[in-house]
Design a protein around this ligand. Structure first.
Ligand code: AMP
Length: 395
């Protein structure tokens, strides 16, 4: 049967749509940004014509405008047969994707205290598509769900146990949709079954996380209660001494100012004082801007330390995988990171790395390396589309 799967990804001020057919071909994609502001903006990918949005458009208005534009331009051949939504936080309630009903909406609402910026906008997207396509199966796919296989030793903080019991304070992990895709795609490339493949997956975009995957399952990951923990990111600090929080408050900052600084003013942006964009940082570093060079050094050193840490969860390693905008495109980041890991047996082929693995099926390790090192472009939309089609078929 012909299928059209609509993938909806609501960010705090953005909305991304993608359409797939039953053969996993991408039919179209579209984007709205700066929502709830006067300069809200929308476009259909590969199309320079403007999409008119109401002033200060919200997620619902942007969805309506993009769907009608996709129809007008004959990019959406009929009504979707299923709709997949990316939802950031599924707490401990959701261990896998699920068909959305009233109880699921209520449970996503209940998780919103753990992701106050993200879950409410995902709900706005769900509400908008339910209104527009009331009879079509809608599926929620969670960023946290893949990490629900972590054992207590990996997900519990060394805090009084009542904090977990009473307030759900634990490590949840994020980017699960991308890490799950890596687990399957790495296995496919290595000609193995995902259920017997163990990898370390480094998702390096504006947000960054690394996951140890043992026999196809997530067993440790760097993000925690929120996406702030772990690696250095574009604007997030990643790991810091938690006492920095109270120390900065004692110097006159408020709790919300510290929270804002750690999430939005730190990471690559904070260290370089210039930008959170890795490509620009590399250019600045080449021009002799030392804080930018230092930002790259700190980013790669933290990442290398985490690769080592992730090995503690594994009894064998089939591949180290790089993905995300930085992981896929920055030969410098991969080279610097791997240079810290020679003792563990990682060895890189400089030429393959410079070509981003394009002529070597994604491989960038050399013959002396103990472990394969792979570059795999992530495809979270495809995972959501697959889950939506799968669950719609059995609904
Ligand atoms: P993402 O969030 O996955 O879209 O990744 C965004 C990050 O990828 C930004 O820091 C970009 O600067 C970085 N990026 C994209 N292309 C390149 C490139 N060619 N070289 C270095 N960094 C890149």
């Amino acid at each position: 049967m012909k299928q059209i799967i609509l993938v909806v990804n609501c960010g705090s001020s953005s909305l991304k749509l993608a359409l797939f057919d039953e053969n996993e071909n991408k039919l179209a994609s579209a984007l709205a940004e700066r929502l709830n502001r006067n300069d809200a903006f929308a476009k259909i990918d590969d199309d320079n014509r403007t999409v008119v949005l109401p002033n200060g458009a919200n997620h619902k208005q942007a969805l309506q405008a993009l769907v009608s534009t996709l129809r007008e331009r004959h990019l959406m051949p009929g009504t979707p047969t299923s709709i997949g939504h990316r939802v950031v936080h599924g707490g401990e309630t959701f261990r896998e994707a699920i068909l959305i009903d009233n109880d699921v909406v209520k449970a996503i609402e209940d998780c919103a205290s753990l992701a106050p910026l993200h879950n409410p906008v995902a709900l706005a997207g769900i509400e908008a598509t339910l209104e527009q396509f009331p009879d079509i199966p809608q599926i929620a796919v969670f960023d946290t769900a893949y990490h629900q296989t972590l054992a207590p030793r990996a997900y519990l903080y060394a805090l009084p146990e009542s904090y977990y019991r009473d307030w759900s304070v634990r490590r949840y992990g994020f980017h699960g949709i991308s890490h799950f895709f890596m687990a399957n795609e790495a296995a496919r490339r290595l000609d193995k079954s995902p259920a017997t493949t163990s990898i370390i997956s480094a998702h390096l975009g504006n947000g960054c996380s690394i996951t140890a995957i043992k026999d196809g399952l997530s067993v440790d990951t760097s993000m925690g209660l929120t996406p702030l923990e772990g690696l250095v990111m574009g604007t997030r600090s990643g790991d810091i001494d938690p006492s920095i929080f109270s120390y900065l408050c004692s110097r006159g900052m408020s709790l919300s100012e510290v929270d804002r600084a750690l999430n939005h003013e730190s990471g690559l942006l904070g260290i370089s004082g210039q930008t959170n964009d890795m490509r620009s940082l590399c250019e600045l570093a080449d021009q002799g801007h030392e804080p930018s060079a230092l930002a790259i050094e700190i980013f790669c050193f933290r990442l290398a330390k985490y690769v080592g840490a992730m090995m503690a969860s594994l009894s064998c390693l089939d591949a180290l995988v790089f993905t995300g905008g930085i992981g896929e495109n920055s030969s410098r980041v991969r080279e610097k990171t791997l240079s810290h890991l020679a003792l563990l047996g990682f060895n890189m082929d400089a030429d393959m790395n410079a070509h981003h693995g394009r002529y070597s099926d994604g491989r960038i390790d050399d013959a002396a390396s103990r472990f394969p090192v792979l570059i795999i472009p992530t495809n979270e939309e495809l995972v959501i589309a697959r889950e939506a089609a799968r669950l719609a078929a059995i609904s």
